[in-house]
Design a protein around this ligand. Sequence first.
Ligand code: FES
Ligand SMILES: [Fe+2]
Length: 342
Amino acid sequence: MFLRNAWYVAAWEREVGEAPYATTILGDQVAIYRGASGKYAALADACPHRKVPLSMGRVKGDDVECGYHGLVFDCTGSCVRAPGDAKPPQGAQVRSYPIEPRYGLLWIWMGEPQLADPSEIFEAEHWGDPAWGTTAGDDMVFACNYLHITDNLLDPSHVAWVHPGSFAGDGSDDTPLQVTIADDGVTVWRWMLDTGPAPFYAPYLRFAGNCDRKQQYEMRYPCNALIKAYVSPAGTGGEDKPVHPDAFLMDSFNFLTPVDETTTRYFWFQMRNVAADDAEASRRFAASVRGAFEEDRTILQASQRGMAESTSSNVNLRTDSGGIRFRHRLAQMIEAELARLT
Ligand code: FES
Ligand SMILES: [Fe+2]
């Protein structure tokens, strides 16, 4: 069960080279290529002739040629050449998906093409701002349903147990969470005041001593998240206070692409307001984040197996509130979309 009318991350731009790139998104097999004009195209990955994946073929100009009998398809999925036939056979057409580059990522629209609006691609507020440093970004595959990850990304409390060496800190285990519901998603947040800084942030702080720290986890439908970290000198943080000039800010972008019901590809990059041009800092950030997400992967894959195999009844905690409300609304959106399309 997936929302189709939405932008998902299909791949990094750097992954799509001279050969077509094969991937699976929401159960659909897709071939992505970059034509000679530089434009990207995404087509259903099966030639209508004998269903050989187009990703096994070759890019020719702005078109792709099937590697079996040479049918050629343009970026709209229309067959434009059939060797040996005067014109392409009727019905020689594959589905094409709108695809847009943004932030070094390729965003694909999996639903009705006429509804695809690139202005709805997830916004990275500080993208291109020279005062902010950006990590190169990375990805990994989680053997779990994407909703286990949306639960996790709406649960700041898990850092206390899953990430003791990075994001955990005083108060991260039991400071109550606040939940804000909006039309486009759910936000879970909390302030932890006058605490020791978490290990992940400590090397980058421009002040000594204790801090006021905010965790803000924003999950937008269907499954993209912005995790905002705010760390400022103790006594300067808290709701409605202005951003302190020494505050450390980090925006962590987390984009989930369901491959199928039990597999999710997880893409991310981070932006921070310190050491903007420091390549070594970017490298250390990237390594720390990947290490933390490996910790999430271990836990979430175990949870997926446990939830699938266990017959005992399930309980929820107060900290599940944001995740449950997100799942509930997303399920309604998926149902409404299915009802409209069928
Ligand atoms: S299978 Fe593609 S041209 Fe025959
Ligand atoms: Fe985590």
